[in-house]
Design a binder for this molecule. Sequence first.
Ligand code: TXA
Ligand code: MG
Length: 327
Amino acid sequence: MRNFVMPPTPIWPVDPSAPDPTVVRRAADLIRAGRLVAFPTETVYGLGANALDPAAVAGIYAAKGRPATNPVIVHVADPVAVPAVAATWPDAARQLAERFWPGPLTLVVPKAEAVPDGVTGGGPTVAVRCPAHPVARALLVAAGVPIAAPSANRSGELSPTTAAHVLRSLDGKLDAILDGGPCPGGLESTVVDVSGPVVRLLRPGLITVVQLEAVVGPVELGPPPAAPGAALPAPGMLARHYAPRTALECAETAEEAGFLAGLYETAGLKVARLIVTGAPVVAAARLYADLHALDEAGYDRIIVTLPPATDEWRAVRDRLTRAAAEE
Ligand code: TXA
Ligand code: MG
């Protein structure tokens, strides 16, 4: 682990549709040397390290201040690279990967021996994703190793959708940022557990339950019920997550939002109102950028009017209600 102060992190601009191979090679060399590089994906920026190098993976946890029990996603360049990280590839994984890869879908499967405990939180499964973003793909191909990458933010904070967001959260804690501009999707991938007898949605994302069920049939929502006496919730199920620094509250209706805002304003607080509406994919693409901007603007409170509780809005509602949760 690092016990020295790192210099400010360099930002390396790349064309998101045709990344310069020389710049990508420099980033890939850092990954191969066990260093940390942030890179854009179609969802959010990831904080990448060689997934097969335990010391490099430990560096991710140190930089993020992430609890060691929360496992990270392993990114692969191509489905043919899956056997390097997965012990088995269940039918549901094959069907979902055929339909949605490359893309914003993460599949939890039994892990291969070579995957360090640091990646899986010591558990028997590994989360695998083949991203679609040309910069992520170019980096994976050039590195020639699977890349472990959580979102490139300090643990519990908002995920970054631009290089500036990464810098704001992690400056000096990583070796380089590949800046491919804003991430088009704007919300983290859908996480699906296909390691057991039922297919489970662990984290809603840009791929909806309706889309998943069209391929694999019924999908259970959420992790299995906790074993009696279990000390920790299932990975990634911590209530508070994805939160701006400014306190945030959710309202189901405009009336409720107006009422809450009125209360705080009467008490002398500076209140920002955010109304999440329109097309779900468009709203998702800008959600974190809006929250980052409101955070910078120095409000005391953010009041969000939630979109309806439909499948298309599930991921957006999930992130907003987690952002509003108490510690
Ligand atoms: O879109 C994304 O998924 C982004 C980009 C960079 O790919 N990555 C991302 O990673 O959001 P992270 O670490 O912030 O979130 C990973 C989620 C967490 O909720 C984690 O608990 C869950 O995936 N996860 C990882 N490995 C798991 C496993 N073996 N079993 C269950 N959940 C797992
Ligand atoms: Mg994250």
